[in-house]
Design a protein around this ligand. Structure first.
Ligand SMILES: [Zn+2]
Length: 868
């Protein structure tokens, strides 16, 4: 693998006669030495180069020499925005797009690095154009799903690290340097210190975004609160945790008022003592940035920072009560994030920094004045002209046409519903803004910390997780699924593993020892022996952490009814024995997991945050995405299939089977992937409710399924809801079946073989070659003939089928070592479940041979079967 650096004077290599002038590309190799000693970096950056000039003169030569998997870092911008170069911005966008596409075609990996900001304005640079170019670079990267390292944002934030940021630029007084005897005031270029600062950051981002750095350890632990219980109890709990086989502690996510009791006065005594104790007992730590709980002094001083949701302005208290778009709030958050980054770097036990806590778990939309202002700016950037917005939103319905951006309303209370596009866009605005906040927090933490950065997200919140975790090192999540709802737990394991391309850096950061709960929600505890099943499937499924919330129960606040390892008074909780068992299992599995490699499934199920958002706007009064997708997924795993739950931006290259249910808008990226997938004869199952809306949630202009309809040659599409079950004939199985709900009906087409006809002219389950289109689900999908058809065709492709087939409740994962397969089986259900072994295998727990034949797995029983 080689890294090719393309750029201008800010990236280039300099002779001694130019020092202290330096380009950030000069130091990249030394910053990446821990990744690969033999890493080759070819710095082709040329001072004075605009991207346009590079494109016409040298880009083809660069493309011609690229090898598969080479990394191409592209960092231009200043010279394209110089008045004298007179470059057309539209043309820049075109060329930029073309070049990135060519790199991807050569199977190399393009990385966009936006240029750093100048120290101050200067007359040669057209600043308006400069910012337009920055926007284009970011937009193209986002559209093409490419890594983007924003040096402009990083330099803007460097004021949190340096009192005088000019010390990083080439600013010399007369006599400071022999090379510049008369001194120099260069607002664009960096000195050695500045270039090293940028280089360090680029290297950290490459590790997080591009180089797929695995986590090589496994963690088992719990969340602790020294600020609540004091340092003595904290130490006792650490010792106790150690005795339970734990090696991991998360802390600090709500500690703000303890470490900054008065504005600007930081007290880290307690946190430092806690970290010293962790260090002493060799506990690995996830240290949090405590931004979800701004202290009272903050909301007293900045009352406008409180969030304004549908119920009105929220008061201080609880959590997440401040608007993350409020500039005062961001400023304070960034100051404390900087402090946490410094602290993280002082203790080797800190392996992770977690940003905030469960973004958007209590709040989603904010209607404050600041959000209103930023909403208009967002629309301007997204749509450029108001005519375009009107066209995409379809505002001529109900006389909603806007004459200028400032007239566009926020979707707050109205007599009836707002337009679907307005609501979707406002939600999208908030998703992108929370990611911007997270990005800036992470950039600031990285100014000092060398550890990995993560966040504890959830499938329950309205976030664009794919984008959020693209700039963090590891995907992290919380789940409190009940034992009855084990499919929801498994969906998390299979989804979060696939957030990062290497599939080996996902962290379960919060789960209960027995049940979740707060003062307004009591929850049933897990049955005996269930907890260790969760750990087993988490480890077999290649997740890297299994962490309890929380170690010692709270006696204050609202979460007293939440399960924990110890009660608030330090006695063993009812789930203590289960924790003991789980700790023993963790340490038993550890060497097996470390020596084996996870084997991904060839079956992919597409999960889409975009679809999830669309279902919050268009529910039809019946639907929500989370339960739709969880039920669909449960049907697959209960049929004994292994599934990788991937996003709609994921490559389909490694899959033999793809399911796309409920993805209402098919993005152009997914469409391209599907085109290729169909051409290589992959097994595709589309629907229900897939492809029937555009990116704003509107109906398509031509053909009811838009580009997907075009790709599949489907037309004459109608959509109707039928609340009562209706009986239809399954022509393939010669049997009848009941269907209910939202139907997508397709006019008969010669290419397509109807499996279930709606009437003479229309069908809703059809097949063409290896594609099955499903326009509605059976009333009882889990016992349906339709499911049988799908599963029987797919079971042959399932890679584990060679060893065994299993039935409802059994979750299985395959790992391998030295060419031998290890099949991990766990029955997550409360009923015994059958599996059929096709070849004899050795079972590791009991060291016994399992001959081929039928076996029952008792509820919560686990086996590790190894090829003989
Ligand atoms: Zn707001």
């Amino acid at each position: 693998m080689e890294i090719v650096l393309l750029g201008d004077s800010l990236v280039a290599q300099y002779e001694d006669s130019k020092r202290p002038l330096a380009g950030w590309g000069e130091f990249l190799k030394s910053e990446l030495i821990d990744v690969d000693e033999n890493l080759h970096i070819d710095n082709l950056a040329v001072p004075g180069r605009s991207f346009s000039e590079f494109f016409y003169q040298d880009s083809q030569a660069v493309i011609d020499r690229l090898q598969k998997n080479d990394i191409v870092i592209i960092s231009f911008g200043h010279n394209d925005a110089l008045h004298r170069n007179n470059i057309d911005v539209k043309n820049f966008e075109n060329l930029y797009h073309q070049f990135l596409e060519k790199i991807s075609k050569a199977e190399a990996k393009p990385v966009v690095v936006t240029p750093p900001l100048p120290l101050e304005k200067f007359s040669e640079l057209d600043f308006e154009k400069f910012y337009q170019i920055l926007d284009i670079e970011k937009k193209v990267a986002r559209k093409e799903n490419l890594p983007c390292i924003e040096l402009d944002r990083y330099t803007k934030l460097l004021k949190y690290k340096y009192q005088d940021i000019s010390s990083l630029y080439l600013q010399l007084r007369e006599g400071d340097s022999e090379n510049y005897p008369e001194g120099i005031k260069d607002p664009v270029h960096f000195n050695i210190q500045g270039a090293k600062e940028l280089s360090k950051f680029v290297a950290k981002m490459l590790k997080a975004q591009v180089l797929e750095m695995d986590i090589n350890e496994n963690y088992f632990g719990a969340c602790m609160y020294p600020e609540v219980f004091g340092i003595d109890i904290f130490e006792k709990d650490v010792v106790r945790a150690k005795s339970l086989g734990m090696n991991f502690i998360r802390m600090g996510e709500f500690i703000w008022s303890d470490i900054e009791p008065i504005e600007g006065q930081y007290h880290f005594d307690l946190l430092k003592k806690s970290l010293q104790i962790c260090q002493q007992y060799q506990m690995n730590v996830c240290l949090c940035v405590p931004t979800p709980t701004p202290p009272r002094w903050f909301t007293m001083k900045y009352p406008d920072s409180c969030i304004v949701d549908e119920r009105g302005k929220q008061t201080h208290g609880s959590r997440q009560h401040c608007c993350t778009n409020n500039p005062d709030f961001r400023n304070k958050c960034y100051q404390i994030a900087y402090q946490i980054g410094c602290l993280a770097n002082q203790y080797t036990c800190v392996k992770f920094v977690q940003l905030d806590n469960e973004f958007k778990c209590h709040v989603d939309l904010c209607f404050c004045d600041e959000c209103k202002k930023q909403w208009i700016e967002y629309l301007q950037k997204e749509f450029i002209t108001i005519e375009k917005l009107n066209a995409f939103f379809g505002t001529n319905i109900w006389s909603q046409t806007y004459r200028k951006f400032s007239e566009v309303v926020l979707p707050s209370a109205t007599p009836f519903l707002h337009s679907v596009a307005l609501m979707n866009s406002f939600k999208q605005f908030h998703e992108s803004k929370i990611n911007e906040f997270a990005k800036e927090l992470s950039y600031i933490v990285r100014m000092n910390a060398n550890c990995r950065i993560t966040h504890n997200s959830s499938l329950g919140f309205n976030l664009d997780n794919e984008e959020l975790f693209s700039f963090l090192d590891d995907s992290g999540f919380d789940t409190y699924a009940s034992a009855q709802d084990y499919a929801a737990f498994q969906l998390n394991v299979d989804r979060w593993r696939n957030l990062k391309p290497n599939r080996s850096s996902a962290l379960l950061l919060e789960t209960s020892t027995s049940h979740a709960g707060h003062i307004q929600n009591y929850v049933q505890p897990h049955p005996k022996d269930y907890l260790s099943c969760e750990l087993f499937s988490t480890m077999a499924g290649n997740l890297k952490a299994f962490n309890f919330w929380h170690f010692r129960g709270h006696r204050f606040g609202v979460e007293q009814p939440h399960s924990s390892v110890l009660t608030p008074s330090g006695e063993e909780s009812l789930s203590y024995d289960e924790v003991v068992k789980t700790g023993k299992l963790f340490n038993y599995l550890l060497p097996i997991i470390e020596k084996t490699t996870y084997i991904p499934s060839k079956i992919g199920l597409i999960y889409s945050d975009d679809a999830k958002r669309k279902y919050t706007v268009e529910t039809g009064g019946h639907y929500n995405y989370r339960s739709l997708i969880t039920n669909f997924y449960k049907n697959l795993i209960d049929a004994g299939l292994n599934v990788e739950v991937i996003s709609d931006k994921h490559s389909l290259h490694d899959f033999d089977v793809i399911f796309i249910p409920f993805v209402r808008n098919i993005s152009s990226n997914l469409l391209d992937e599907l085109d290729e997938f169909i051409q290589r004869n992959g097994k595709l199952i589309v629907g229900p409710m897939t492809g029937d809306r555009d990116e704003f949630g509107n109906w398509h202009t031509e053909n009811g399924l838009g580009d997907l309809g075009e790709l599949l040659c489907l037309s004459g599409i109608n959509q109707e809801y039928f609340p009562n079950e209706q009986v239809f004939l399954n022509e393939l199985m010669h049997t009848t079946e009941r269907y209910v709900g939202y139907f997508t009906l397709i006019k008969n087409h010669l290419d397509w073989e109807p499996i279930i006809r709606f009437d003479k002219e229309n069908s809703f389950v059809l097949r063409r070659n290896n594609t099955i289109f499903i326009g509605a689900l059976p009333a009882d999908f889990s016992n349906s003939y339709l499911k049988r058809i799908i599963i029987s065709e797919i079971a042959q492709i399932d890679s584990d089928d060679y060893h065994l087939t299993c039935s409802k409740g059994i979750v299985k994962y395959k790992r391998s070592r030295d060419g031998k397969d290890y099949v991990f089986l766990v029955n997550m259900s409360s009923e015994a479940s059958l599996f059929i072994l096709k070849n004899s295998m050795i079972e590791l727990f009991h060291h016994t041979r399992y001959k081929n034949g039928e076996y029952y797995l008792a509820p919560y029983e686990k086996l590790i079967l190894v090829e003989e």
